[in-house]
Every structure is written in C-alpha cells, then in structure tokens.
Design a protein around this ligand. Structure first.
Ligand code: G3I
Length: 395
C-alpha cells in the first residue's frame, strides 16, 4: 500500500477509533464498544495518562497528527529536547523544534514528559570534543551541566509534568565489569556518581513543581536481587537518594521489549512498580515498545504468532501498571510501525532486523496489541484496579 493510500486509510481508522458508536448492554444501559474508544478516553477513569513519543518531523503528516492528538493524553519529545538539538552551538540555545512540540501538546491538552536532561547519548559535539581534547576540565564540565539543567528546566518551567532528569546511568548485566552492576557513561567517568544527586537538586531548584524522574531500560522486573540484578541496583540507588533527601519523585521503566525473549508477567511488572512505590516515589512506563525479529518471507503464519506475543507483552505492562496505584503513566515510544526508532536501529550481530514494534501498523491500523490495551483499560476497575495516587514533588 502506498503512502497516499495509507494516509487516507489511516484517517478512516482514526475516525472509527475516535467515533462514538454504542452497543446495547445487558443491564438496559448502553455502553460504548471499547474498540470505538480512544486510549486516552478509556484511561481517564483510572486517572492514568496514556502517552506517546512524538517525532516532530512526522507532525507534517495530518494522519499522524490526528492519531497523536486523539489517542494520547501525554506526550514525550522523541529527540528535540535532547542536548545536541537544544544547544548545537555552545551558548546558543535553539528552542524552535521543542517549542513546536510543546505547542502541539498544549493545543491538544496533553501532559508533557520532558526528555531528557542528563544522558550519555546525543550530546553536542562541542561538549564531547571539548572534554576529549582537554579544553573543558572537570570543574568546568560540572558547571556546564549545572547551567544546562537550569537553563532548560527554567525555560519550560510550569509546563512539564515529569522530567527525565537522569537517563540510563547504570550498566547492564552483560557489560558490568567486576561481576556487578555499577555506574557507567560519560558523566560518571568525568564527574563520578555524585552527578546524579546534583542533577536532581539543580532540576528542583529550577522548577519546584515538576516531578523529577530517574529513567532506565531493563528495569522492568526484579531478578535474583543479586549483584547483576539491574532493577535491584536502581532500587538501592533510589533508596539511597531518598535517604539523603535528594528530590527524586519517580522512576521510569522504559520497557523496550522484544518478542525474542520470555519477558515478564503482569505480576512481575506490578512487583517492580510496587517495589519503587514503597520507597515513596511514583512510577511510569516511559518508552514502551515490543519489537519483533522479522521472518525472511513474512506470511500470516509466521507473523500472527509474533503479533500475539507482542500483544501479550504490551498487555502485561498495562495490567501491571493499572494494578500499581503509583504508576502514573503508560507511554509508548512511537505509536505506528512507520515511525518507530526500531526500523533503523542495529540490534547487534546475530540478531538481524527487529522492527514492527508499535501498536498500530504503518498504515495506522490497529494491531492486536492496540486491541489488548483497549480491553485492559475497559475491563478493569475496582476492587483490584483503583485510580492513581497523585504524586507531590518533594523538596
Ligand atoms: O538528526 C540527524 C539528522 O540530521 C540526520 O540526517 C539523520 C541521518 O540518520 O540522523 C539524525 O539523527 C538521528 C536522531 O535519532 C534524530 O532522528 C540519529 O541518527 C538516530 O540515532 C537517533 O535515534 C534516536 C535514539 O534515541 C538515539 O540514541 C531515536 O530516534 C530515539 O527514539 C531514541 O530514543 C531513546 C531514548 O531517548 C532513551 N531510551 C532509549 C530510546 C531508544 O533508543
């Protein structure tokens, strides 16, 4: 199907998805068929925000805009709030793309997750090269980070619901030296682990009301709680930060999954989320997607089991989040297969291509995963599923 046809079909799909057809219910009342309701509408009664990452370039496509506006109550900038985009030249901030994103969110009454203040990737070259050639020393680097956090958080002050303050600061089991999870990356190498607490304190000073999050992948469930359990490491880190009165309000589990792995049940997801909530922080699923290793010559017989496995994983994450009252938002990292980051990512040797990670196909048509999310949101409620508990920013 060509893109022109795809757009038309997509708009039809959106119209149907956002429509209001009613079906009779046994008790004499009429209820709207969940398949005709939007994710954001279905999530309202749980006080759960359902979000998506937004590819700002794709907002030129009216069908993309319409799905993004109607299905989601929260949005995250996929790339345009990252440091390389905001400050490509030292000292000169360019807010244009980020403001285009913010205008979209504000026009559609959507909550914004700010992404991301401190990360090892997508840093401007003037910064990484300056550190590499010695023209930026450690003291100056720390001051540069302080200034960046302050400038960005103050710029968006009052408009951001949750900030990803520190992202992906720790190792995975496969790259941990010394047989234990530890800190990793550019900021740790140059500033030591203390930068994490500094970053939260600087962010709080710049916006007293935003919820401040630590965000990471492969923390979707606890493992054996031993030295190579990344979730347990992050749990200890957050506990320590809270004990030191560092203003951290939340933990984001990215939840980038692949159907190649066994992954987790809703019970394991809930256990992880509850574990963080017990520390006094809110939680969020921040970058959900479930990619598939593509068969050589895809047919219904080879694709359908993958789509079912994908739906199970999306659903387990949603059910775990619904069951944990401090899980405030469920954000997908892109909603359609045409715009997913997985299409161009190299997942390493021996893995081959992994894609088809989103809940809508490349023509914006619902996949089984989308239907599973609608069902989870529709057919859940008291006594097991109760509305979210709002989180107050700590000082
Ligand atoms: O901006 C350049 C553009 O000028 C150039 O023409 C083009 C050519 O490839 O590349 C563009 O940059 C790309 C950028 O996305 C913006 O589109 C980079 O190559 C590409 O690597 C980059 O990928 C992003 C990735 O983060 C970078 O690490 C993905 O879109 C984005 O989805 C992904 O998001 C991350 C989260 O921020 C953190 N958690 C993991 C998640 C998935 O990797």
């Amino acid at each position: 199907m060509g893109r022109r046809t795809a757009v038309v079909t997509g708009l039809v799909a959106v119209a149907v998805l956002a429509g209001g057809s009613a079906v009779p219910a046994s008790a004499g009342r009429t209820v709207r068929d969940p398949q005709q309701q939007t994710l954001r509408g279905l999530a309202e009664r749980h006080h759960l925000a359902v979000g998506t990452a937004i590819d700002v370039a794709a907002l030129d496509d009216p069908a993309y805009r319409q799905v993004a506006a109607t299905q989601f109550s929260s949005v995250t900038a996929e790339n345009v709030m990252k440091w390389e985009t905001l400050e490509p030249v030292r000292g000169r901030y360019d807010w244009a793309a980020a403001e285009e994103f913010m205008a979209f969110a504000e026009a559609n009454d959507q909550l914004v997750r700010g992404h991301v203040l401190v990360w090892n990737n997508q840093l401007p070259s003037w910064l990484t090269e300056g550190v590499a050639d010695g023209s930026i020393d450690t003291a100056e680097l720390r001051e540069i980070l302080h200034r960046h956090i302050t400038t960005v958080v103050q710029h968006f002050r009052g408009r951001i619901w949750q900030w990803d303050v520190v992202n992906e600061a720790v190792t995975d089991s496969w790259d941990s030296t010394g047989g234990a999870i530890g800190y990793k990356g550019f900021w740790y190498q140059h500033l030591g682990a203390g930068y994490v607490a500094d970053a939260f304190r600087w962010a709080r000073a710049a916006d007293p009301k935003a919820l401040l999050f630590y965000n990471d992948y492969n923390i979707d469930a606890f493992g054996d709680r031993g030295p190579l359990d990344k979730t347990a490491f992050v749990h200890r880190m957050v506990k320590d930060l809270r004990a030191r009165h560092v203003p951290i309000d939340g933990v984001g589990s990215q939840a980038h999954l692949s159907t190649r792995y066994g992954n987790y049940s809703a019970f394991q997801i809930k256990e992880m989320l509850d574990g963080f909530a017990q520390l006094g922080v809110a939680t969020a699923l921040t970058e959900v997607d479930v990619r598939n290793q593509l068969p050589d010559n895809p047919t219904g017989d080879t694709l359908n089991p993958l789509l079912q496995a994908q739906a199970y994983n999306y659903s387990a994450l949603m059910q775990g989040c619904l069951a944990s009252r401090h899980c405030l938002s469920y954000t997908v990292w892109g909603f359609d297969d045409a715009h997913s980051w997985t299409n161009t990512w190299d997942f390493g040797s021996g893995v081959g291509k992994e894609a088809m990670a989103a809940v809508l196909d490349e023509d914006y048509q619902p996949k089984p995963a989308f239907r599973a999310l609608q069902a989870d949101l529709a057919w859940s409620g008291p006594p097991m599923v109760l509305p979210r508990v709002p989180q107050r920013p700590i000082r």
